[in-house]
Design a protein around this ligand. Sequence first.
Ligand code: ACO
Length: 430
Amino acid sequence: MTTKNTLSITDNRTGKTYELPITDGTIKAMDLRAIKTDDKDFGMMTYDPAFMNTASCRSAITYIDGDAGILRYRGYDIAELAEKSTHLEVSYLLLHGELPTKPQLDAFSREITMHTFLHENVKDFIDGFRYDAHPMGMLIATVGALSTFYPEAKDIYNKQNRHLQIIRLIAKMPTIAAWSYRHSVGQPFVYPDNDFGYPANFLSMMKKMAEREYKANATLVRALDVLFILHADHEQNCSTSAMRGVGSSQVDPYSAIAAASAALYGPLHGGANEAVLRMLNEIGNVSNVPKFIDEVKNGKGSRLMGFGHRVYKNYDPRAKVIKRLADEVFEVTGKNPLLDIALELERIALQDEYFVKRKLYPNVDFYSGLIYQAMGFPVDMFPVLFAIPRTVGWLAQWAEMLDDSEQKIARPRQIYTGKELRPFVPMEKR
Ligand code: ACO
């Protein structure tokens, strides 16, 4: 049999056969438009709520094989990057496609360090939030507000200008995050310290009180950096799709990052580790785990938060790294008392038919919350701690989209299910 890289489709309504080219294992949805019953027919579309089987772009940044549990940034395995690299090195890799040389990394790190300060007006802005405002809400609003400080950021096709905004965003997100936290606990803002690296500076802005210099524990600094690496990108997830979708309108990157951050705030995405901790607190005790699992299975309770993933149906490679990291952190901080409940949940779920059949495994969020809590971060800060490192992933994907000549403003189609045309009914006749 001669093989061809095409797909033949026969429309049984008309008996016509169409031959569509296959490229990279996909057909173009627009090629289906030629399939019509007659000239007036709009043409065939695909229906794919939640984009379960639709590639929205070509991307050279992150590779995931969900069945094999593989995650790679620019071809490098996530576990190797987590072991051997730093978040800023990985950031350079995601943005530029190659690991930096020493001078390149030094220059990149210096640039980031030089842009960590926020305009003084931002302090007033954050101070305007209510005392109990959620830090993620403050982060979303404040990063969006930065577009008003940098109106030139609209010039997104000017590469030099784009680079400056990317540096600013990576540099300023930790400052916004830390200041949002400090406001929510009524503590004075701490300015960035240029003598520190990226994670140590963030910890200083979060935790420094009256001491001259906040000396973070080296193991915790490294742990935070590894968590940042693990969260830096994850191809076309909900928030990245928001970044690309909103960015496709050619809005400035601060507004697009605000939209992406908002997507990350949801409990099914970046809010999941917060939900894991609340769930563990609710369970309260190891002896309550079987009852909780039963409720999850019979649909009476919530889902088992931190379990399951749209893409990983084998295991989440980030969860493996995080579990090891948790041991290192707990050696410094003491064990998180909720760990035993988490371990028991994992033990039972991994052998329970309900979870095995549905390929539900712990995801990155199952243990990250326990680590963050042991490090002294309040639960409200968890999605914020995700947004800081994901910023570079969003920006790398956004820049890739801007340079992709196949991309246009994102605009899905719909299947209209509403009423046909009907005459307006005057008020007295309704
Ligand atoms: N607990 C119990 N059952 C679950 C869970 C869970 N955590 N996740 C999925 N299921 C079940 C569903 O009820 C469904 O069962 P059914 O076939 O009997 O109806 C089946 O598994 C498939 O679930 P879907 O919702 O179709 O899977 P989807 O790919 O849409 O969802 C998601 C993925 C949203 C991550 C889901 O697994 C979930 O809600 N998990 C909990 C929240 C969470 O941990 N999110 C973090 C994701 S990682 C991240 O964003 C960084």
